[in-house]
Design a protein around this ligand. Structure first.
Ligand code: DX5
Ligand code: ZN
Length: 228
């Protein structure tokens, strides 16, 4: 859907955890459109990352939208804390709780953009009933929990279904997991406009970040027909 803006959202899950603030500033300067923040609870996913205090601490290091991806269950008790910490988008997993509408309504009531994430095994129909309540859908191309996993190409069929389902609604279609300069084109061709990338951005040290982001952006722009 070339009418939606192309967004590159580096995931700080792959950054140097001893230097969160500087790493956020470095990818901002290197050309990130959003900053993707992966929150994991050791319950919904088999890993623990960080919580709202880290979001709050890094807020001053970038004015770009904070794209907060909650891989936690339950999510509802923590939505306000992430909103107050400086999240701009708050995305919950469709699989994380029985009351998806309630979570999305709560995010919007906090004045934030609301998102739904779906795991590789979850069908596109999981978001069908909440299209009026979301600004973003995150389609996982790995099973959430860790960075650096291999992209699951069969998920692209679902992205195309979602793209048809969403139509002209102003909803970002964001791909998360295993996005690189090599997998970006397939995501765009299937209908995505936003790409999360962790290890493909945070490799080679801070001097490499701009080139890493550019490589993903160029591949995506070529797939959109906006770069020859
Ligand atoms: C996976 C996270 C992703 C992850 C992506 O559970 O939601 O955002 O950081 O990392 P890469 O780009 O390394 O697959
Ligand atoms: Zn994520």
């Amino acid at each position: 859907m070339t009418t939606r803006p192309l967004i590159i959202s580096p995931s700080i899950l792959a950054c140097d955890f001893a230097r969160f603030g500087e790493e956020v500033r470095a990818v901002d300067t290197a050309g990130a459109d959003w900053i993707h923040i992966d929150v994991m609870d050791g319950h919904f996913v088999p890993n623990i990352s960080f919580g709202p205090d880290v979001v709050k601490a890094v807020r001053a290091f970038s004015a770009k939208p904070f794209d907060v991806h909650l891989m936690i269950a339950p999510a509802d008790p923590y939505l306000e804390a992430f909103a107050k910490a400086g999240a701009d988008h708050i995305t919950v997993h469709a699989e994380a709780g029985p009351h998806l509408h309630r979570s999305l309504q709560a995010i919007r009531a906090l004045g934030k953009q609301a998102g739904v994430a779906i795991n590789p095994a979850t069908p596109a129909s999981a978001v069908e009933n909440v299209l009026d309540l979301i600004d973003v859908v995150i389609v996982m191309t790995v099973n959430p929990g860790f960075g650096g996993q291999a992209f699951i190409p069969s998920v692209m069929d679902k992205v195309a279904q979602l793209s048809a389902l969403i139509g002209e609604r102003p909803i970002h279609i964001e791909i998360d997991g295993g996005v690189t300069r090599d997998t970006a084109a397939a995501c765009i061709k299937a209908g995505a406009n936003a790409l999360v990338a962790g290890s493909a951005v945070f490799k080679g040290g801070a001097d490499a970040y701009a080139g890493n982001i550019d490589a993903i952006r160029s591949a995506a722009l070529r797939a959109r027909g906006e770069l020859v």
